[in-house]
Ligand binder design. Structure first.
Ligand code: ATP
Ligand code: MG
Length: 423
């Protein structure tokens, strides 16, 4: 019989890898919560319409990347390709965004996302994101704070030297549509110099041509109208203030006038954190402002800004930089041997130890075995310390301590004294 395999591009995260994930997740959630963001959890399945209406019909995601199917009732459902749309939907549904001006929200989420893509390093069909969204804030202060928070995350993980920030402003939808018209007029004169994808986008989504990877298209764009020249005054002021706040906070950035991002819902600020250490999949985090999305999805107008960060790529980057803590993959600190007819006493002592030193990871030998074979398991477990409960120890309320990695003498002590020796 053919062995069953995981779906292509959807990876298991094995026990040897989970410590790295747990570390990333705990560092990131600690930082985001230190800025007062609260966690929100929403379902992995949503009605397809939600993503069509928010992300946009002519985006890569909606055109070719979504996992969409009809359920038994004939309703079209989609596995979430990103978090923002669901987050807005959930907030609207629970009426968290009403009373604009007084009711603001700072939220974060984390979990798997699904996109039908060509699997490769840093690109999977099931991948993971942490994201944050701030609702109800109009000014550039919250954009700046979000970027300052991200800079803190990079420092906390030791990758700050390998990521750099690019920012741009897309203006309002009005200024953007003026720019779009100018861009289309220009590109139509040079249609034959555009790559195939860009030619197609000229009709459907011309702004996306700006981030075409094609060299000829890029060189043509050098002479094209610049988005920055079409910014409305309010957007311009917003963008300038954002830059002032970033500079004052010591967050380095470059303005990339061709940064447009792949989703339709952005306005004003957009940003990406990129690295050159991961090959083609260099964007670790992307986000921006989406002031019209809440209304577009049927809510009261509420300004919004957010980001999504790819955890697979971040993990690869931390690995690439050797920035994970050294002992991260060790999952046992203390291995307790039970040699002879001493299981009840060994259990009792293990519970005592877990009570007294809850931060220790204590593994009790299960499955019996001779002293020698239990010591082998202790060594293999990666533990620093073996504790030996033999018949003598059990009788005298004692325990024998053997250091497995350090050059220290073995000793037998009263059980109550154990925390004086191992801390
Ligand atoms: P890309 O241009 O690499 O496809 P994107 O613009 O589609 O990225 P976003 O929708 O902005 O990506 O998602 C935010 C982040 O999520 C990305 O910067 C990336 O780190 C991560 N990400 C997106 N798609 C994938 C994927 N298929 N596999 C792994 N990570 C991904
Ligand atoms: Mg993509």
């Amino acid at each position: 019989m053919k062995k069953l395999q995981a779906v292509k591009g959807m990876n298991d995260i094995l026990p040897s890898e989970t410590p790295y994930w747990q570390y990333l997740e705990s560092v990131l959630t600690e930082v985001v919560q230190s800025y007062g963001y609260q966690e929100i959890r929403f379902p992995m399945l949503e009605v397809t319409e939600l993503f069509k209406r928010s992300i946009g019909e002519v985006t890569d995601i909606v055109e070719k990347e979504m996992y969409t199917f009809d359920d038994r009732n004939g309703d079209s459902l989609t596995l979430r390709p990103e978090g923002t749309a669901s987050c807005v939907r959930a907030c609207e549904q629970a009426q968290l965004l009403y009373n604009r001006g007084t009711l603001t929200q700072k939220l974060w989420y984390m979990g798997p996302m699904f996109r039908y893509e060509k699997p490769q390093k840093g690109r999977q069909r099931q991948f993971h994101q942490i994201g944050a969204e701030a609702y109800g804030f109009e000014g550039p202060d919250v954009d700046a704070e979000m970027l300052i928070m991200l800079a803190r995350m990079w420092r906390a993980l030791g990758v700050e030297s390998a990521v750099s920030l690019q920012i741009n402003s897309l203006g309002t939808s009005e200024s953007r549509s003026q720019y779009r018209a100018a861009l289309v007029a220009f590109l139509q004169q040079h249609r034959d110099r555009l790559d195939k994808d860009s030619q197609r986008r000229l009709e459907s989504n011309p702004m996306r041509i700006l981030d075409s990877k094609d060299v000829n298209t890029q060189s043509l764009l050098d002479n094209a109208p610049q988005l920055t020249d079409y910014l409305d005054d309010t957007s311009k002021a917003h963008f300038e203030q954002l830059q002032n706040l970033l500079s004052a906070a010591g967050v380095k950035y470059t303005v990339n006038p061709r940064l447009v991002r792949g989703l339709d819902y952005y306005s004003r600020t957009v940003f990406e954190w990129v690295t050159d250490r991961l090959g083609a999949q260099g964007t670790v985090c992307g986000g921006g402002r989406y002031d019209s999305l809440v209304q577009q999805l049927g809510g009261q107008p509420s300004p919004a800004v957010g980001f999504g960060m790819g955890l697979e790529r971040l993990l690869l980057l931390v690995q690439e930089l050797n920035a994970f803590p050294e002992d991260i993959s060790r999952n046992v600190d203390v291995y307790l041997l039970a040699v002879g007819d001493v299981l009840p006493q060994a259990f009792q002592f293990a519970e005592y130890l877990r009570e007294e030193a809850p931060y220790l990871r204590v593994q009790l030998n299960c499955g019996g075995g001779s002293f020698k074979s239990q010591m082998k398991r202790a060594d293999k477990s990666g533990a620093e310390i073996a504790l030996i409960m033999g018949e003598n120890e059990a009788q005298n309320d004692e325990i024998t301590v053997k250091f497995l990695r350090a050059d220290e003498p073995q000793q037998t002590v009263k059980q109550q004294e154990i925390t004086n020796i191992i801390v």
